[in-house]
Design a protein around this ligand. Structure first.
Ligand code: 5GP
Ligand code: ZN
Length: 116
């Protein structure tokens, strides 16, 4: 699979072709505000490289995942969050609607468990 898929919304956001409210960026990872926020802070962290979902990760993605989780921590700290939820939907049945791996960071309100 190519690193960049021209029909992929999040590949295009990572490439700067589609605007987004970017809150963190480095060589491997971009984080930006969700267009339809479900919490006062709702950010999506994605790898720059096209990976369809968490089910497509391999051991070689270890450094990228470390960068992804560091980005999430950075965004949470910048937002002053003391508690937050990180979640990644895998497959349409679980609610995945964009098939480029993304981790939701939700915070700024009380969370219920389990998610619906
Ligand atoms: P999923 O449903 O795949 O877990 O999450 C996809 C998320 O992407 C949704 O929360 C949705 O609001 C967000 N989203 C969809 N299109 C765009 C867009 O063009 N820009 C931004 N910033 N977020 C988007
Ligand atoms: Zn993509």
């Amino acid at each position: 699979m190519a690193d960049y898929e021209p029909d992929c919304l999040f590949c295009r956001i990572a490439a700067g072709e589609i605007p987004a409210d970017i809150v963190y960026s480095d060589d491997a990872v971009v984080a930006f505000r969700d267009i339809n926020p479900r919490a006062p802070t709702h950010v999506l962290a994605i790898p720059r490289r096209h990976v369809p979902s968490a089910a497509d990760l391999t051991e070689a993605d270890g450094p990228m995942l470390a960068a992804l989780f560091a980005a999430l921590r950075n965004v949470a700290e910048e937002a002053g969050l003391h508690g937050y939820r990180i979640v990644s939907n895998v497959g349409a049945e679980a609610g995945q609607s964009v098939f480029h791996l993304h981790v939701h960071l939700l915070g700024g309100r009380a969370m219920s468990w389990p998610p619906g």
